[in-house]
Design a protein around this ligand. Structure first.
Ligand SMILES: Nc1ncnc2c1ncn2[C@@H]1O[C@H](COP(=O)(O)OP(=O)(O)O)[C@@H](O)[C@H]1O
Ligand SMILES: [Mg+2]
Length: 426
């Protein structure tokens, strides 16, 4: 909803006094709910105000504009909102009156946010973007250490600096001392997950990631983002993949299958996220190839192999498979590499030996929705169209096989669940 205050005030072409505009900026600043600044202003209000701000500014007499500029920039509460609004129209604004002084003042403000230890800005990257925009590369270079120590998003800031051609050689060693912060940053890419309050889990995860990186002579800054969905985000750590997921994911797997990527670590950590008890799913697996094409027949073979073990692959999709780069060894869930798994540690309920699929074969990468064929939750989840098609084919083939073997045409196939809802899942 657009704040009625703006609607009543904003009137294209009318000339506003600096006092009036200041009051509007104050209203806008007051809408800010949380510490993250104007990200919390309602989208409509923000869009509405931005659209009209340029015309308000153009209609203002020069002296009023000067007054507005100096009043707004001297007010700690308004300055962020004011600059954010100006950011979109700064060119017009600067050309009109404040050309040199405006840039200097603006730069001084952003510089102060970086140098003043009490400033504690919520979003470092936005400050850096402003400074780059103002041509302050020299300043950024000179303060790269301070940026590395203070940013709450070390990896995102690193990418921003690097993408703008800034030398990050002094930045990297500092953020690599901030391992816990990096794990917080990476896992917080999943909506509503904040692991920073859960010190024990955070430290364990950090240690595990460190153990993956160290033997490969890699550092936390080398973690490369590969995928982000609504429920998880995954990063490449050399020849391994680190995945964080939401607690909705199903942890337990009825039994092992050769078609499952054998996790090195698979665990649901208890965490307190945003004040509430929650879980964070955490996985370390071998990096597989997801670039080469997978045929429908190959996808069915995977489905069939899992079905043959009395399970249903509930998230049967091309994006959830990968080609092994190494043999699919059943690991002990420790990076140190004892070869035989204690199945329960990675969420596999029943001990069963599985064939080790060699490199080049396809495996399921996403183990979140593996159901026992008799699991009532399977019916709740429903089947997608491809799963229905595969399930029908699987039953047909099973009947045919039974006929071939026993030469009795009346054999009913064993079925996983007849009440599968017809609703398509996403
Ligand atoms: N071991 C792996 N090797 C290569 N890519 C992987 C691996 N694990 C996950 N991925 C990539 O990350 C994506 C998301 O992982 P997935 O387990 O499917 O999470 P989600 O629960 O969000 O679907 C996959 O579609 C795949 O592209
Ligand atoms: Mg998936």
């Amino acid at each position: 909803m657009i704040n009625p205050f703006f609607k009543s005030k904003v009137n294209n072409g009318r000339s506003f006094s600096s006092q009036e505009v200041l009051a509007m900026i104050e209203q806008l600043a007051n809408e800010v709910a949380g510490k993250n600044g104007f990200l919390h202003i309602s989208k409509d209000t923000n869009a509405f105000f931005r659209e009209h701000f340029a015309s308000i500014i153009s209609a203002m007499p020069d002296m009023e504009l000067h007054t507005l500029f100096y009043s707004a920039t001297k007010n700690n509460k308004l300055i962020e909102t004011f600059y954010s609004l100006l950011y979109d129209i700064s060119e017009t604004f600067e050309r009109r009156i404040l050309a040199p002084s405006f840039r200097v003042e603006r730069a001084a403000y952003y510089k102060r946010l970086i140098t003043d230890k009490n400033a504690k800005p919520s979003d470092f990257d936005r400050i850096i973007i402003h400074l780059i925009d103002l041509g302050q590369i020299g300043f950024i270079n000179a303060h790269i250490q301070s940026i590395a120590e203070q940013t709450s998003t070390p990896i995102r800031t690193m990418n921003l600096l690097r993408n703008n051609g800034i030398d990050i050689s002094k930045y990297i060693p500092i953020i690599n001392e901030r391992k816990l912060d990096i794990i917080c940053e990476l896992s917080s890419q999943i909506p509503d997950i904040d692991v920073s309050e859960s010190r024990d889990s955070l430290e364990t995860i950090t240690m595990l990631v460190d153990e993956v990186l160290k033997p490969q002579k890699l550092q936390f800054s080398d973690l490369q983002f590969i995928s982000k969905g609504g429920y998880s985000c995954a990063f490449i750590a050399g020849d391994k993949v680190i995945k964080f997921g939401l607690p909705q994911a199903k942890y337990s797997i009825p039994r092992n299958s050769k078609r499952f990527i054998q996790p090195l670590v698979r665990h649901h950590f208890d965490i307190i996220s945003q004040g509430k008890p929650s879980k964070l799913s955490f996985e370390i697996t071998e990096l597989c190839d997801t670039q080469t094409e997978v045929s429908k027949e190959e996808l069915y073979q995977i489905y069939k192999d899992v079905r043959d073990q009395g399970m249903v692959w509930g998230d049967c999709h091309y994006v959830n498979v990968g080609r092994l780069k190494k043999d699919n060894i059943v690991h002990h869930p420790s990076i140190k590499g004892v070869k035989k798994a204690h199945h329960t540690n990675v969420g596999i309920e029943e001990a069963n030996d599985v064939e080790v699929l060699p490199a080049g074969e396809l495996v399921i990468l996403d183990l979140d929705f593996i159901f026992d064929e008799s699991d009532p939750k399977l019916a709740q989840a429903g089947l997608t169209s491809i799963e229905k098609e595969f399930e029908e084919r699987y039953r047909r083939e099973k009947v045919r096989k039974a006929i071939d073997i026993e030469k009795t045409p009346e054999i009913e196939p064993e079925t996983p669940n007849q009440n599968i809802s017809g609703d398509e899942r996403e």
